[in-house]
Design a protein around this ligand. Structure first.
Ligand SMILES: Cc1ncc(COP(=O)(O)O)c(C=O)c1O
Length: 430
């Protein structure tokens, strides 16, 4: 009897593990972020973008490699400590008794999380499905849309390879027709881009696939006018927001698109293996899920979440990434990331043989830019940065894009970019 009582008492302590759902920002980090916000409360986003003290506190919230400077945040971003801690905490709790703690307790947080993601994205929670990455979210749309032989989809040669491949697969299997646009970025003219889409539209066009921020060199695409153009002609738009979400300050509702997919392990700084799908409410029913659901024709967005067993610890720690992001704020983050790009790019672009393959106008770029040096192939330039300076950045050598992509993050300081600038000036003159 005593043993039974003891055991039940132990269980009730565990069920207080509902506390797991509470705000998990580590107290000292929370306090220092709050102090930081109080101290700089009166600064505009543009003023704050230059305040290194503010960003040093943000940097202190990460545990980063001490040996290598990471300028490939475009690939995948590290998450701040509070996210890592939450993920570990949820994982440990789940692992005590997975089918009970993970499925019945940790997963209870899914609906509040959906709500928070929707608030951040600027849409209705009933339009948001939690996914494992942008590929999964976007391919749900690419493979799930009811398209038939002869239907046309417009996309560009500068879209992301996974997505281009998915569409090519659909072309092979279903006989849909792909119409490829080919842009010579950077382009600093919205109309040129929109007109190029307009000219490709025919009576058979059913969908435009638009990458919001082109991953190769960071060009920002004018999604809103493209959506307006498409909707005027009863054509739908799928937006690849892998690089724009939590990087640029906008809402999905404002963009007006029909479908949107993004990773959350990029600019939001959520755990690796997290993503999000948005489907406009009245389009959910017709879209088949990628992984079978009990009722594939349901109007419930949750039909896209029948993903089988996966880590709910990873999923739930998205919430701490949102909290951390909100401590900075979307507008301030965009201003800082653009400031960092301008900071290094304007310091090197007049050096002999150095070119920036990205617009520096904040309407057309933010935290991603392409570095080009005349006498060096992209791979050689990336190798030189790494071998001689321990700067990690990635070579882009594809079609009409050649250079090394430089992507700082909120934890990158000006003094680190000074080191990059020094490296570029030495490499360009040797
Ligand atoms: C534009 C774009 N779309 C989609 C993806 C795919 O993202 P994920 O690896 O999260 O599926 C990427 C990844 O870099 C990307 O840059």
């Amino acid at each position: 009897m005593n043993n039974r009582r003891h055991f039940i008492k132990h269980l009730s302590v565990l069920s207080a593990g509902g506390a797991l759902a509470e705000t998990l920002l580590l107290p000292e980090i929370q306090r220092s972020l709050d102090r930081n916000n109080d101290r700089f409360a009166s600064y505009s986003p543009l003023e704050l973008a230059r305040e290194e003290d503010f960003w040093q506190t943000i940097k202190d919230a990460y545990q980063l490699s001490p040996d290598i400077m990471n300028l490939n945040n475009g690939g995948v971003c590290p998450h701040p400590l509070v996210v890592e801690e939450a993920m570990i905490k949820y994982h440990r709790f789940s692992n005590e008794i997975p089918s009970f703690n993970m499925w019945r307790k940790v997963d209870k947080n899914r609906e509040p999380l959906r709500q928070k993601l929707a608030e951040l994205a600027g849409c209705n929670a009933e339009e948001i499905a939690i996914q494992r990455n942008a590929s999964e979210a976007l391919e749900t749309v690419i493979f799930g849309l009811p398209l038939k032989k002869g239907d046309e989809v417009i996309l560009t040669k500068q879209d992301y390879p996974n997505m281009m491949n998915a569409w090519k697969q659909r072309e092979k299997r279903d006989g849909i027709v792909l119409k490829w646009l080919d842009f010579d970025f950077p382009i600093e003219n919205e109309k040129t881009i929109v007109d190029t889409y307009a000219q490709a539209i025919t009576k058979k066009t059913k969908l435009l696939h638009v990458t919001h921020v082109i991953n190769w060199m960071g060009q920002i695409m004018p999604v809103k006018p493209i959506v307006e153009l498409a909707h005027n002609r009863k054509i739908e738009v799928l937006v690849d927001g892998a690089h724009s979400f939590a990087h640029l300050d906008y809402s999905i509702h404002d963009l007006g698109c029909d479908y949107f997919g993004t990773s959350l392990h990029k600019w939001l700084g959520a755990p690796f293996g997290t993503g999000m799908l948005f489907v406009k409410k009245d389009k959910i029913q017709k879209l088949y899920p990628l992984l079978a659901a009990p009722n594939p024709r349901s109007k419930d967005i949750r039909k896209f979440e029948h993903l089988g067993t996966r880590s709910f610890a990873i999923e739930q720690a998205i919430e701490q990434a949102i909290e951390f992001h909100l401590k900075i704020g979307s507008e301030r983050k965009q201003a800082r990331l653009h400031h960092l790009t301008r900071y290094w790019a304007t310091a090197v672009h007049t050096l002999p043989g150095v070119h920036i393959g990205t617009s520096l106008d904040p309407r057309y770029s933010c935290g991603i830019a392409l570095l080009q040096i005349d006498h060096l192939k992209p791979v050689a330039l990336a190798q030189s940065l790494f071998k001689n300076y321990k700067i990690h950045a990635v070579a882009m050598d594809y079609h009409n894009i050649h250079g090394v992509r430089i992507t700082p993050n909120v934890y990158t300081l000006e003094k680190e970019l000074d080191y990059l600038i020094q490296a570029i000036s030495e490499i360009s003159t040797t």
